[in-house]
Design a protein around this ligand. Structure first.
Ligand SMILES: Cc1cc2nc3c(=O)[nH]c(=O)nc-3n(C[C@H](O)[C@H](O)[C@H](O)COP(=O)(O)OP(=O)(O)OC[C@H]3O[C@@H](n4cnc5c(N)ncnc54)[C@H](O)[C@@H]3O)c2cc1C
Length: 305
């Protein structure tokens, strides 16, 4: 157990996590791995959040994500307690990463091998190979600033956001993904190839911040993976791992209120009337819902512990 985990463990013995999407499951596994008795509170009948799935006539239909771009983030959750993710779920590398098809019959294989990728780009627009190499460098810088450095920071106040501003300005994060990509390559199809990834997280490439251009570097570094049996199997594996560590999940009872004492979260109350005290409550539900509905009874504070 790390020193941070040890000191948290002395403060918190019992935690609640609202929501069993990937974010909630990952946090809950981390808390439970640190020896903090953790309960996940899920409003729906099944875990997964946006990775919810449906069953019909013996078939399973994944309703959301399919593409895994940072498998290390997942395997770390098992490594925390010396477990092996591969025993619970097999992640399969996907090659080509994507096959893009346009109505005029053009096909493009997005592969990880640099030579093959450059040849595929050249087949569409030879002049754009150099531009692509520059975009990859740009995407690498974004990845360092936006994913490695800022990805682990909590932006709880305006000051912490201001600190990140110079780096984001340097990479012109105020421009859209598509606008920034267009400054590197001129072919329309290649612009689409380098922009569409923001769709994976629900962002319109024409409007979403260029910071999402980092996904390209993430894919080139970590590859693109698919959970054998579908994303629902990854959700089941995370639940299995969490429960094996002693964690508890309550389904079909949405949290209606995060109870507070002074400035601290002290517990939760659910729709059924069930309520319990916790040393810490983390909400991985949507931010607006968490602050407006679950903490609506309370004068808005800047942090919730
Ligand atoms: C169609 C689609 C395709 C996608 N494809 C990809 C992809 O290929 N690759 C990729 O990386 N990402 C993809 N994404 C994005 C990815 O699915 C999400 O970023 C991720 O699943 C979000 O996880 P989360 O835990 O933050 O939130 P969510 O999955 O939204 O989980 C929130 C959970 O909180 C629960 N909840 C909310 N309020 C309460 C309450 N009051 N009480 C109790 N429970 C509550 C909800 O029921 C839900 O289970 C896709 C998204 C969609 C919709």
């Amino acid at each position: 157990m790390s020193d941070v985990a040890k000191s948290q463990n002395e403060l918190f013995k019992k935690a609640a996590v609202i929501g069993s999407g990937f974010g909630g499951l990952a946090l809950a596994i981390r808390l439970q791995s640190a020896g903090i008795q953790t309960t996940i509170l899920e409003g729906r009948d099944k875990p997964g959040g946006r990775a919810y799935y449906w069953e019909k006539d013996g078939f399973i239909f994944d309703g959301g994500p399919t593409v895994i771009t940072d498998p290390d983030c997942l395997s770390q959750l098992w490594e925390l307690t010396g477990n092996d993710m591969a025993k619970d779920i097999e992640l399969m590398p996907v090659s080509p990463f994507y096959r893009l098809n346009w109505p005029d019959g053009t096909n493009f294989d997005y592969v990880n091998d640099p030579d093959e990728l450059h040849a595929n780009i050249a087949a569409i627009e030879p002049d754009d190979v150099e531009g692509y190499k520059k975009f990859l460098e740009y995407s690498g810088g974004l990845y360092e600033e936006g994913y490695v450095k800022l990805g682990t920071k909590a932006f709880l106040d305006f000051k912490s956001m201001i600190k990140a501003a110079p780096a984001l300005m340097k990479y012109e994060a105020y421009r859209s993904v598509y606008a920034k990509v267009s400054s590197f390559v001129k072919n329309e199809k290649l612009r689409e190839f380098l922009s569409f990834q923001s769709l994976l997280v629900g962002g319109n490439p024409m409007k979403t911040s260029a910071i999402y251009g980092l996904i390209h570097k993430l894919e080139r570094l970590g590859g693109v993976w698919f959970a054998k049996g579908g994303t629902n199997m990854l959700v089941s594996a995370m639940v299995k791992h969490f429960e094996r560590l002693g964690g508890v999940i309550r389904y079909e009872d949405p949290v209606t209120r995060i109870d507070t004492v002074g400035d601290r979260a002290s517990g939760v109350t659910c729709k059924s009337g069930w309520s319990e005290n916790f040393d810490a409550v983390a909400s991985n539900a949507d931010v607006m819902h968490s602050y407006r509905d679950l903490l609506g009874h309370k004068h808005r504070s800047s942090t919730v512990t």
